[in-house]
Design a protein around this ligand. Structure first.
Ligand SMILES: [Zn+2]
Ligand SMILES: [Zn+2]
Length: 422
């Protein structure tokens, strides 16, 4: 089976949008204040995603080896550097966020089984690169505050307090896809993109009551699913006008609930987040302590250690035209609680969860187990389990894409077929 592991790294660096073949005024016209001497700096945050089969030790790769490769080939060189002068790639193409992500991919690809390089210039702007030539995505994030209610066409018994008018701080992420210009390194003018999102979405929805102020929601229930679809419809053409394609609208109602809407009809991805606190010890039951320490390092210490695990469960579903929902949220939360949170929270996984008496409770194996136990109950709710993401620490996370085809519960790794793509 395939599992995706994510490793976080960071570096501080400066850069300047300046093409020496242009005059000062031409550079200013093209790049504005970004062309200023001597440049600007950022705290870049990098997430490297790698895919592979789980080995007998419950790992895709040894993460301490991965950490050293990322440092040696990328962040160790990038840290405290003036990027324009650092690598020849940045003399050919300016070090924009998307191009830095691409060049990091090229430098790491000979050493690691990459599936994605994600680079944050700051929390409101990041690029994703997946090894597809000049193609990359760029995401901007923003927010708006709005009121809504899910009445009148939903029953108060089933939807509880949501039938009363209340409000949220919605966090919105807009992802566009395009080709990098081979000289400027840009797929889109970020300022223009921000302006489009402001003009077409934020100015309309911020500090509004969606049911009363937005005519589209007079009939359509303003659930997060339907708001995401509405925003996608508002943005599709103006973003095309910028020369790129709208690839995804991600809308958070809260840190615990969000929607991804890639823009295809009523199909949507619905995610909830929760957490559990658990102890574990990484040691293969059939190996000596010395061998286990060699493989797992400090994680093999005999009395174990623990984490606050953040669990994200993503299901794929169709937006129901009556309820505006892709899945019964209460039902989903109940399943996650019954199958995962209740048995895992405040437990010692190796001792308290029978599966981990034999299987080493690495984040990868825990995510695999969760995928297996949630798949069928979610299917019974009328949706499809799409992805499990388990964040073990700020630096480490793993993801499993679950295909519907293999639906037996509690199967071992070899019975699972998983999707490598992100
Ligand atoms: Zn609400
Ligand atoms: Zn641990």
């Amino acid at each position: 089976m395939q599992c995706i592991v994510n490793r976080r790294a960071q570096f501080l660096a400066s850069h300047r949008y300046w093409l020496p073949e242009l005059s000062e005024s031409e550079n200013w016209e093209k790049f504005g204040p970004f062309s200023k001497f001597p440049g600007q700096g950022h705290n870049y945050v990098l997430f490297i995603s790698m895919a592979g089969e789980l080995d007998e030790y419950g790992m895709v790769l040894n993460l301490s080896d991965v950490k050293h490769v990322i440092k040696k080939e990328a962040t160790g060189q990038l840290d405290f550097a003036y990027l324009n002068d650092l690598w020849p790639e940045f003399q050919e193409t300016l070090p924009t966020t998307e191009n830095i992500a691409k060049v990091i991919w090229q430098r790491l690809a000979p050493h690691l089984p990459l599936v994605r390089v994600q680079l944050f210039e700051h929390p409101q702007l990041w690029a994703d690169y997946r090894g597809e030539g000049k193609k990359a995505t760029l995401t901007i994030s923003t927010h708006f505050s709005a009121a809504h209610r899910l009445a009148p066409n939903l029953s108060p018994e089933q939807y509880g307090k949501c039938t009363r008018t209340h409000g949220h701080n919605y966090h919105l992420e807009v992802t566009v896809e395009g080709e990098m210009d081979s000289r400027t390194g840009m797929i889109v003018d970020v300022k223009a993109l921000n302006q489009v999102v402001e003009d077409y979405v934020i100015s309309k929805l911020d500090h509004s009551c969606l049911n009363e102020d937005i005519p589209d929601f007079a009939e359509v229930v303003p659930t997060t699913e339907n708001i995401a679809r509405y925003i996608s419809n508002l943005l599709e053409l103006p973003i095309q006008g910028l020369g790129v394609k709208l690839a995804n609208v991600k809308l958070y109602e809260s840190h615990q609930l969000w929607i991804d809407y890639p823009g295809n009809g009523s199909e949507t991805f619905f995610s909830v987040a929760t957490h559990f606190s658990a102890a574990h010890r990484l040691a293969h039951p059939h190996l000596s302590l010395e061998k286990n320490k060699e493989i797992y390092g400090k994680c093999a210490r005999v009395n174990g250690h623990g984490h606050n695990y953040q669990l994200e469960v993503t299901v794929k579903g169709e937006i129901d035209s009556r309820t505006g929902m892709a899945i019964d949220l209460l039902g989903l939360n109940q399943i996650i609680n019954d199958y995962v949170v209740e048995p895992f929270d405040h437990s010692f996984l190796n001792k308290d969860v029978p599966f981990f008496g034999e299987a080493v409770p690495t984040a990868e194996n825990i995510a695999l187990y969760i995928t297996n136990v949630l798949r069928s109950p979610i299917q019974e709710l009328g949706a499809e389990l799409y992805k499990i993401k388990l964040v073990e620490s700020p630096n480490n996370a793993c993801e499993i894409y679950a295909l519907q085809s293999d639906s037996s519960v509690g199967d071992t790794a070899k019975d699972q077929q998983l999707l490598a793509a992100v």
